[in-house]
Write a protein that binds this ligand. Structure first.
Ligand SMILES: NC(=O)c1ccc[n+]([C@@H]2O[C@H](COP(=O)([O-])OP(=O)(O)OC[C@H]3O[C@@H](n4cnc5c(N)ncnc54)[C@H](OP(=O)(O)O)[C@@H]3O)[C@@H](O)[C@H]2O)c1
Length: 177
């Protein structure tokens, strides 16, 4: 099973303000642009999304559920999933390797992993294959970091970098675990 991260970060590496706000993040197709930064093409390759509880709560706050694919939310808490999402969202917790093998047994082949601390946990466990990171040209100076402390270096192979007229720069890396 492949695990991919597709995420936007400020140039100084934050994915949200400390209070969780994404007000600095350009929306897909903002202004006159129809540019989606490869989002739909990537989404088509994904079988399932896995996200941390904080990211799930942010998505819920948007009001309209944006995903057609099944979603797994990681949480150590007992989460109340809204009735209208019961057939789309399930919660899991526990050892990451066990979660991955449960999904593999179901035939899941490509997971889109989302949420900073969640991504950090999977990276530390050697369970991420690909990083697609879109840098937004601003410095937030603080907030929720994409990456965090590691007990060992994680080597990456750079595959591609694209720049967009909006100023966003997207790089794709393969993780050499
Ligand atoms: N810039 C972007 O493209 C982008 C993308 C995604 C998210 N975001 C933003 O980033 C913020 C969320 O990121 P974050 O780093 O704060 O948190 P996160 O990774 O979304 O969620 C962290 C939570 O996930 C749960 N979790 C993670 N790993 C787990 C495991 N192995 N087992 C059980 N539970 C696990 C825990 O929930 P419990 O505390 O319930 O146990 C943990 O507190 C939000 O503000 C969101 O809007 C930005």
């Amino acid at each position: 099973m492949r695990v991919s991260v597709y995420i936007a970060a400020s140039l100084d590496g934050y994915i949200a303000r400390e209070n969780g706000s994404l007000d600095w993040l350009p929306g897909i197709g903002d202004g006159d642009s129809t540019e989606d930064y490869g989002y739909h093409e990537f989404m088509e390759t994904v079988d399932l999304l896995m996200m941390g509880r904080d990211t799930f709560e942010t998505v819920l706050s948007f009001g309209q559920w944006p995903f057609e694919k099944p979603v797994v939310v990681l949480s150590g808490k007992r989460l109340a999933i809204p009735d209208n999402l019961c057939d789309k969202v399930e919660t899991m917790s526990g050892a990451l390797a066990e979660i991955v093998s449960r999904l593999e047994q179901r035939g899941v082949r490509h997971v889109y992993l989302d949420g900073g601390r969640t991504i950090q946990g999977f990276l530390a466990a050697g369970l991420v294959n690909q990083l697609i990171i879109t840098s937004v040209p601003l410095l937030l100076g603080g907030g929720r970091p994409l990456f965090g402390p590691l007990e060992r270096d994680i080597r990456l192979r750079h595959l591609e970098t694209r720049s967009f007229s909006s100023g966003l720069v997207q790089s794709r890396y393969e993780v050499i675990n």
